[in-house]
Structures are given as structure tokens and as C-alpha cells.
Design a protein around this ligand. Structure first.
Ligand code: ATP
Ligand code: MG
Length: 261
């Protein structure tokens, strides 16, 4: 199956999901793909960072309503907003309530994003890159079920092994229950500070041993230019971004993603 939709997921907080979503989307756009970045996190950091605070609090219909009635919305016409590098499907603050509302309404709450993508014309774009929330709840399940492939950002601390075990168990449960396949397309070891200490080296070896046979393991160094470009509202591929050696790494991630699309 082709990976037109890539989820960036890890339920652990602050492991660079949003940073990687923005830069992988930027790198795919740099390679010439027509990209939409989807903000599936109710916190809406991607939406707000990329300059769409109005969309995050709008009174007009948003991703929140679209998750309730996914057959009634066209993503391009009704929901997407633009950005110099790629389009964005913004999050909305009401999405904090989405899970309870979906369950209270008696809807199957886990396949809403997938339905929206199928009925709402996500194929108008070459690739969708989806920023997942820091939780293993129903919204993350929506992201996993809507995406054929995932990139998993990790950091080099020991608790990451446990976090990944939980994520992989959840993926296996969904694959069995929904008769689908969700493929790891890359592990993004993120915000790495060099030189590595022993614990970091041990974790890098563990990522390579555990995932190396299944997908590439990329190392993304801590760079001020990465944090700064996001504060300025774009990726490191944006017009005003400072030069950084991490563009090569993100382009390699984007090439890997695109090779499955
Ligand atoms: N390679 C990097 N270089 C410098 N700073 C980075 C890098 N990667 C991530 N950061 C910083 O780490 C912090 C957390 O990143 P980010 O918000 O992307 O994590 P997240 O997983 O999306 O968080 P949450 O779980 O809250 O959604 C941010 O302040 C970000 O700027
Ligand atoms: Mg985030």
C-alpha cells in the first residue's frame, strides 16, 4: 500500500513530534511535493506556531466539526489554510472535547480522521503529514488508523523503551481489531546533544538493534536554528530560515517517506 499519509506519533510529551512534523513537511515541499500538514493535537501548537491562531479559535466549522461529520466536509474548500511552504489542516481548541463528544454520541470514535481523509479529498495533496497528540487516547488512534505509515520521534533517555513498548502494543491492537497495517517508516532520534554520554549511546544502539531491520533510524541534532525557525513560523526550509546542517537529515527523512508514497 502507498503511504500518502504519514503520522508523527509518540504518546510521550515533548519528544519533538511537532518540530519534526513541520520540518518533514518542509523537506517534502522542498523536494517538490504538494504537502498538507495536519494538526491532530488539541493543543494546536503546530497551528499556532505556523501563524494560524485565528483558525484555532474560529467560530466557523473546523476539524472538530469535521471529525463528527467527516462525510460533510471538503478539506481543501472548508478547512485548509495556507502557509508559504505547505498547506495546513489546523487544529481547533474544541478538539479537547472531541473524544468525550464522539463517545457520548455513540459513534465509533476511532476512524473519524480516516473517514474525513477518504471523503474530504486528502488525495488532492501528494502527501499528508499528521502531528499526533501526546496521549494514547482515541485521537492518537484516529491518527494511526488514518495513516499507512508512521515516523516515531524518540529521545535518548531510558524511559523511551517503555514508551515505545506501549506504542507498539497499541499499534498491534489496532492492526488486529481493524484489519489494517501501520508501518514504521523511520525512527527520528531527536534533539540529540553531542558528544553522547554512555546512556545516550546505549539508547542509540538499542534503537538500531530494535528497529534497524524494519526502518531507518535517523539522528537529528539539537540546533538553535531548528527551534528558532519554528518561533518564526516555518521550517528550516523556509525562505528566511538560517542555514543548518540538519537540512540534509530532514531531506533524507523526506526521501524515505516519499519512496513509499
Ligand atoms: N532538534 C532540535 N533542536 C532544538 N530544539 C528542538 C529540537 N527538537 C525539538 N526541540 C525543542 O523541543 C521542544 C519540544 O518539541 P515539540 O514541541 O516539537 O515536542 P512535541 O513532542 O510536539 O511536544 P508535545 O508532546 O507537547 O506535543 C520545543 O521547545 C522544540 O523547540
Ligand atoms: Mg506537539
Amino acid at each position: 500500500m502507498n503511504d500518502m499519509r504519514i503520522g508523527i506519533t509518540n504518546q510521550k510529551g515533548g519528544v519533538a513530534k511537532t518540530t519534526n512534523t513541520i520540518n518533514v513537511a518542509g523537506a517534502l515541499a522542498e523536494l517538490g511535493h504538494d504537502v498538507i500538514a495536519v494538526d491532530a493535537d488539541p493543543q494546536g501548537y503546530l497551528t499556532n506556531r505556523l501563524g494560524h491562531n485565528n483558525a484555532y479559535t474560529t467560530n466557523a466549522d473546523s476539524l472538530f466539526e469535521a471529525l463528527k461529520e467527516p462525510r460533510d466536509y471538503d478539506i481543501g474548500r472548508d478547512l485548509a489554510v495556507s502557509h508559504p511552504e505547505f498547506d495546513i489542516l489546523p487544529a481547533h481548541v474544541d478538539m479537547f472535547r472531541a473524544e468525550q463528544e464522539l463517545i457520548a454520541a455513540g459513534w465509533k470514535p476511532r476512524e473519524r480522521l480516516s473517514l474525513l481523509f477518504d471523503h474530504g479529498g486528502i488525495d488532492d495533496w501528494d502527501i499528508a503529514v499528521v502531528d499526533a497528540p501526546p496521549s494514547l487516547g482515541p485521537i492518537n488512534d484516529n491518527v494511526l488508523l488514518a495513516c499507512e505509515g508512521i515516523l516515531v520521534p524518540v529521545e535518548t533517555d531510558e524511559m523511551m523503551q517503555l514508551a515505545l513498548e506501549h506504542l507498539l502494543n497499541q499499534i498491534e491492537t489496532l492492526e488486529q481489531r481493524y484489519d489494517t497495517q501501520i508501518k514504521e517508516r523511520g525512527i527520528l532520534v531527536s534533539d540529540v546533544n553531542y558528544p553522547l554520554d554512555n546512556e545516550q549511546q546505549r539508547m542509540l544502539d538499542w534503537f538500531e538493534d530494535t528497529f534497524g531491520g524494519r526502518c531507518p533510524v535517523f539522528e537529528i541534532a539539537h540546533r538553535v536554528a531548528i527551534a528558532r525557525s519554528i518561533k518564526q513560523g516555518g521550517s528550516i526550509f523556509g525562505e528566511d530560515a538560517e542555514d543548518t546542517d540538519m537540512t540534509d537529515v530532514y531531506l533524507a527523512v523526506a526521501e524515505e517517506v516519499a519512496s513509499h508514497a
